[in-house]
Structure formats: structure tokens, C-alpha cells
Write a protein that binds this ligand. Sequence first.
Ligand SMILES: *[C@@H]1O[C@H](CO)[C@@H](O)[C@H](O)[C@H]1NC(C)=O
Ligand SMILES: *[C@@H]1O[C@H](CO)[C@@H](O)[C@H](O)[C@H]1NC(C)=O
Length: 192
Amino acid sequence: MAKTIPNPVPILLLVITFYISTLGFIKTQTFSKISSPSSLGLNQEKLTHLHFYFHDMYGRNPTAVKVAEAAQTNTSKTYFGSVFVMDDPLTLLPDVTSKRIGYAQGMTVSASQNELGLLMIFHFVFTEGEYNGSTISILGRNLVFSDIREMPVVGGSGVFRFARGYAEGKTHSLDVKTGNAVLEYNVFVLHP
Ligand SMILES: *[C@@H]1O[C@H](CO)[C@@H](O)[C@H](O)[C@H]1NC(C)=O
Ligand SMILES: *[C@@H]1O[C@H](CO)[C@@H](O)[C@H](O)[C@H]1NC(C)=O
């Protein structure tokens, strides 16, 4: 009986050879591999608090324009069904002529029939210093007449890759005649 037991060494060599060649195959033929989070700085995440003013202007040189509405929008007290596109400047101070640090670009959709509730889909694009060219993406609900509107940060680019967090907006001033508003924003964002 003992004579029929095969020598394990060649089998082991065969298994190792097969394993190594498979690894090689994987290396050359696949499009993904596991990377270390620290290779992209994710082991040293930091929390950045950004504070700035957001200018939403509808007057002579509007920064927010209506691009669509439903037939019912004119008869809705919440402008239900209207869609605006904005490219609103962001500044360091409430004065629109103070130092510009970026823009809020995207769209707002009146998405509530019973209260003025907007679906906000936009990104903050920064144009200053270490944040120049980096973006933070926001997707959230803006209940316009509540004191503080909280919207989730759903991602980012550049310095803000892997971003998560939230933005809080509140009205600093509002011109009821033109609809022009200055909003104060605090954004808390975790990123590498
Ligand atoms: C809604 O009212 C505005 C201003 O009165 C008008 O220009 C627009 O055509 C109206 N829209 C519809 C869908 O009736
Ligand atoms: C921001 O980046 C753009 C494009 O790279 C560059 O033209 C501009 O001078 C930069 N602004 C600042 C303030 O660094």
C-alpha cells in the first residue's frame, strides 16, 4: 500500500507553478487591484471648515436663471416644477465685491408642492490658494424659509477627493424686490 502514495514534491511544485502563472495572468489581464488607503492619504483624513458668502442674484446681471417650468408653476405658491441654473459667486465677506473665493454652479429645482423646498444639485468650485480648481459636490434639500438649511456633501475633486460632510446655509440678507439673496455658508468636510 505504501508504494502507491505519490511523491508530494512534484505535486507541490506543480501547484506553486500554476499559482504563480495565475498571478501573472491576473497582473497583466485585469483592470483592478487592491491599493492601500494610505497611498492616497486616507489614513490621515482631516476635517476642514469652510466659511464664505454665496450671492444668488436675479437682477440686471443675473447669476441664476430660470431654464424650465411646468404649466402649473405659475399657479403654484411654491413655484413647483421650476428649474434654475446658477453660477453664483462665493466671497469671503457679505459684500459681493469682497475677495472672491469661487462659485456655486449647478441647478435648483422647486420640488415641493406645500412649502418652498428646493432640490439643490451643484458644486462649489474654488479659485483661491490651495483649493484653486478643487470642487465639493452637494446634493440636498433646501427648505428656503427655514433658518438653517443642511445639505449633504456627496463627494469632491482635487484637494477634496473622497469628500464627505455637510453644508449649512442661512440667509444673511434678502432683497424682496429683486429676489437677490446673500447666503452665509459653513461647510464641514472630511478629506485626505
Ligand atoms: C408664467 O408666467 C410668466 C410671467 O407672467 C410668463 O412669461 C410665462 O409664459 C408663464 N408660463 C406659463 C407656462 O404659462
Ligand atoms: C487658479 O488656477 C488657474 C488655472 O490653473 C490659474 O489660471 C489661476 O491663476 C489660479 N488662481 C490662483 C489665485 O492661484
